[in-house]
Write a protein that binds this ligand. Sequence first.
Ligand SMILES: Nc1nc2c(ncn2[C@@H]2O[C@H](COP(=O)(O)OP(=O)(O)OP(=O)(O)O)[C@@H](O)[C@H]2O)c(=O)[nH]1
Ligand SMILES: [Mg+2]
Length: 444
Amino acid sequence: MAQQSFDLPHLETPSGDGREIAIVLKALMPGDPSLHVGSVDPVGEITALADTAGVRIAGQVIQKRNRPHPGTYVGKGKLQELAELAGQLQATLIIVDDPISPGQGRNIEEQTEMRIVDRAELIMDIFARNARSHQAKLQVELAQLQYSQSRLTRMWTHLSRMEGGSVGTRGPGETQLETDRRIVRRKISVLKDRLSEIEKQAHTQHKSREGSFRIALVGYTNAGKSTMLNRLTGADVLIEDKLFSTLDTSTRKWPLDLPFDVLLSDTVGFIRKLPHGLVASFHATLMEANEADLLLHIVDASSPTIEFDMESVERTLTRIGCESHQKLVLFNKMDRVKDDQRIDLQHLLAEQEDSFAISATEGTGIELVVEKILEIGRQRQESGEYKLPHSRSDLAAKLHDVALVDHEEFLDDGIVIEARFDPGQKARWESTLRKAGLLPPITD
Ligand SMILES: Nc1nc2c(ncn2[C@@H]2O[C@H](COP(=O)(O)OP(=O)(O)OP(=O)(O)O)[C@@H](O)[C@H]2O)c(=O)[nH]1
Ligand SMILES: [Mg+2]
């Protein structure tokens, strides 16, 4: 058996117009946006994802359920229906709009004799296509390998069936499966090592940014994060009307009138049911948001599923430890908002603290955002009050150099000064005082 079972599903088998033809299979469950917003197509987002991955969706099979069928995701009758539809439409692939278990995948493949790709695999496939940097490529590869690790058995079952072997029997296939498991495990550990090396380098780079005011753009995929980065800093990062155009963080200096550097970072977009492995593998990239002093949550205000989009972004932010970061919510694409959406938006704007209505492409509403950021920036300055002996008027003069003095009073026993510092400066100043014996040493 020459073929290695950890080969990942490829979505490039040409057929018809050159694209693989697929049918979407979906268990429509409570909480799905389409059950709450009448105008939302239940398979709209998965179709967009499939399209981005170069697959043509020719049909759909949907079953309303409270929870997925544990063995076959949907009922057996539905699978029969799917197989018949696939025959008529010459579809060769099933795309399931949920992450499914290896067992479910195996059962569906057995019953339909079709290849299956689930939502997690589809998203990872898009990530793999769009990865440009070495780090992004390694991160996607790691997520894919980890995901396929638990699915090796399914792939082998599939293979042995295709070769006429009987399923589940011991023999060369089983041995090969063990070998493959070992290969995958080794590859995963190599990738993890390489990524942690890169993460260490990034950490050193991040340390050099201490003292700067760091702002990260976060939000649902395609909301306009990169457009905002370009608009605010004059950068020229890739903007596309596609899902997951940005996988690498790019950071630009934003020349704002503040007494410290302001750094603005673009980050990878989020989506509903973002595969867990991807979030874990993209740890280094997502740390950009985690380490930021301020988050700008960019929301596509013209999206009919706006509240669901925002909620899934909030959930992902919590997953990466950003739930209590200071945040501004920017309702973007206001130029595209339809009249009947405006009232709901007014409510959202009123409800949501620190929110703004903007259009990144038209440049409207941006000044207010900048004003707010300047205000937050100014508040970042730390203040302190010190009493210096008259004999150290040199230090009083130095304080005037390193900070903004708000108040200075000459008393009989010394000079009392209140001052405001830029980030990082206060600690430096206090260490000078400590060396001069004018502040008690720090003890734990
Ligand atoms: N009409 C309108 N379109 C916008 C606006 N802002 C962004 N877009 C469009 O929305 C699409 C996505 O923009 P991007 O900036 O690439 O979005 P992103 O959030 O970086 O997306 P990913 O990196 O793929 O997650 C592009 O076609 C933009 O031109 C806006 O204010 N109005
Ligand atoms: Mg982008």
